[in-house]
Design a protein around this ligand. Sequence first.
Ligand code: PEP
Ligand code: MN
Length: 266
Amino acid sequence: LVSRKKKAEDTIVVVNGERIGEGKPTFIFGPCAVESYDQVAAVAGAIQQKGLRMIRGGAYKPRTSPYDFQGLGLEGLKILKRVAQEYNLAVVSEIVTPHHLEEALDYIDVVQIGARNMQNFELLKAAGSINKPILLKRGMAATIDEFIHAAEYIISQGNDQIILCERGIRTYEKATRNTLDISSVPILKQETHLPVFVDVTHSTGRRDLLLPAAKAAIAIGADGVMAEVHPDPAVALSDAAQQMNLQQFDEFYDSLQKFMKSYEIH
Ligand code: PEP
Ligand code: MN
């Protein structure tokens, strides 16, 4: 059902007035994890100033080590929603188990399924039964075909509001956190009718590569870019090495807009 052969027209996912997949790139920014009201509000203010409509932030964090910050859970979602209402933003946040889906729906506008859960088939089926957009990230060891099949699990339950997100894959290369598989973008655009995002933060894992990676994503036809922003990355409870501070975010976004204008991508 996600195949272009089944449906030739692009699927457009509407989030808070933003039309994702219609040609003009859209953006999802926000901290890696929700840490406090003030932290989220600072980022929300910067996002709103750019005229953007979505904020991300993890409340249930799938961390490599069980001893690392696991996220604020439902309390984090409540903070996100409160801030989002104050700044007129839609909330994008990850859910890691079907058990949390129902209680989270009151607080989340776009349900993110993370790389580590791309083949959590029960979660995919549960996400397919709800009436909210799903941001599905590519598993770090998933082929494009497996990624497409994961989306098929969602759509087969009736939910066709799916945004695919390339977030880098595991290779032997150590210079970046993951290897951004940029060619997956046009392949996914050809093979499916779904919007395709690129997460430049988790793919590169390097602040200095966020802008060039975002330019590449847009140039190759991505429908949008995700990146992490934190008021003070040095003290962030997760992903301190790769989040932008507010000034870096400002420069990143303005440079990207200039790039888009110069290539007449509007
Ligand atoms: C995230 O976006 O917060 C995240 C954990 O990313 P990924 O699932 O791609 O690792
Ligand atoms: Mn992160």
